[in-house]
Ligand binder design. Structure first.
Ligand code: XMP
Length: 317
């Protein structure tokens, strides 16, 4: 029967054997999966592993700085790359969800490849793929056509010619978290909600601008902090805010306003394949609405998404 300690010992031994004295490069996302995978690989081969953490300008507020700091504290050999402008340039004028994912995937690979080329003689690419990613990426190749192309699976460009090492590809999310805790990875990383690779780009409906990203970061920050302060964060599998491509009429003092609408979303799930909307307390939602409208310039209306998956999806794009 499965225990995290047995898994860790067996996996570290296997990784040592497999990788030997080779070098490994790996992209970190700030999420649980890549952090746990990197820590396992680091346990096996130490600084033969170089991690790359890219700021794509689509992360949560202050997340890049905070997470980079945690990685360094964990002893990982990590390079932080500020590529915000490259991503914004590639996304300019693009509204179609799949086109956004493709643009982000392409720029990520370019940036990552630039960094990988700086490491002499790297042979392996580490990935944080978990079991449900394997299933979902197989199922979307079927006759039902692509639903959403999760760009972090199978996104390896041919020219990189690296072998892939995926120490978590047999585990479910709860097992990954258990392993992470046994590895003493900080709770701020282990308990973190899943966050999509394309980040806020798929939570801004319509085209992306740095100004919209900043607005959404502020809204999202208030919501996520609110969940934490009210003891609700750990009861939710995933939460976030969506910036809608419409404006609505409001009133502020004697003035008529015509500003943005945001949707809040919080779901319960086991693996993301199905999800239920969470019945957050009305008082809490009311508080969030007030705080968001009072504090975030340019937003005058907040709505709450009460759709489950299926038939909706977790993300709006
Ligand atoms: P959906 O919206 O398909 O989301 O119900 C299911 C889970 O997958 C995440 N998601 C993505 N993750 N790249 C990712 O890495 C993507 O393009 C992507 N699209 C959705 C979503 O946040 C949820 O956890």
């Amino acid at each position: 029967d499965w225990t995290s300690d047995v898994f860790i010992d067996a996996t570290v031994a296997e990784l040592k054997e497999k990788i030997g004295s080779d070098k490994v490069v790996m992209g970190l996302s700030g999420g649980v999966d890549s952090s746990v995978a990197a820590t396992l690989i680091h346990r096996a081969i130490g600084d033969q592993l170089t991690c790359v953490f890219v700021d794509n300008g689509l992360l949560r507020k202050d997340e890049f700085e905070e997470v980079l700091h945690s990685y360094k504290d964990m002893g990982l050999n990590v390079i932080g790359v500020d590529s915000k402008q490259r991503f914004y340039d590639a996304l300019a004028g693009i509204s179609d969800p799949e086109a956004k994912r493709k643009a982000i995937g392409r720029v990520f690979i370019e940036v990552f490849d630039d960094e990988a080329h700086k490491i002499d003689g790297v042979k392996w690419l580490g990935q944080g793929t978990i079991y449900p990613d394997v299933i979902e990426s197989v199922s979307v190749k079927g006759p039902s056509a692509t639903i959403k192309s999760h760009h972090n699976v199978g996104g390896l460009p041919d020219f990189m010619k690296l072998s892939v090492v995926e120490p978590l590809n047999t585990l479910f999310k709860d097992e990954v978290r258990e392993v992470g805790r046994a590895l003493e990875i900080p709770e701020t990383i282990i308990g973190r909600h899943p966050f999509p690779g394309p980040g806020l780009a798929i939570r801004i409906l319509g085209d992306i601008t740095p100004e919209k990203v900043q607005t959404l970061q502020e809204v999202d920050h208030i919501f996520i902090q609110g969940l934490k302060n009210h003891g609700l964060y750990d009861q939710v599998w995933q939460a976030g805010a969506i910036l809608l491509p419409i404006q609505s009429v409001g009133v502020m003092g004697d003035e008529r306003t015509y500003e943005r609408v945001v949707a809040l979303r919080a779901v319960g799930s086991v693996d993301g394949m199905t999800a239920d909307w969470i019945h957050l307390p009305y008082e809490f939602l009311g508080k969030m609405s007030n705080e968001i409208i009072n504090r975030v310039k340019g937003v005058n209306r907040v709505v709450y998404d009460i759709s489950s998956k299926p038939p909706a999806t977790i993300e709006w794009e």
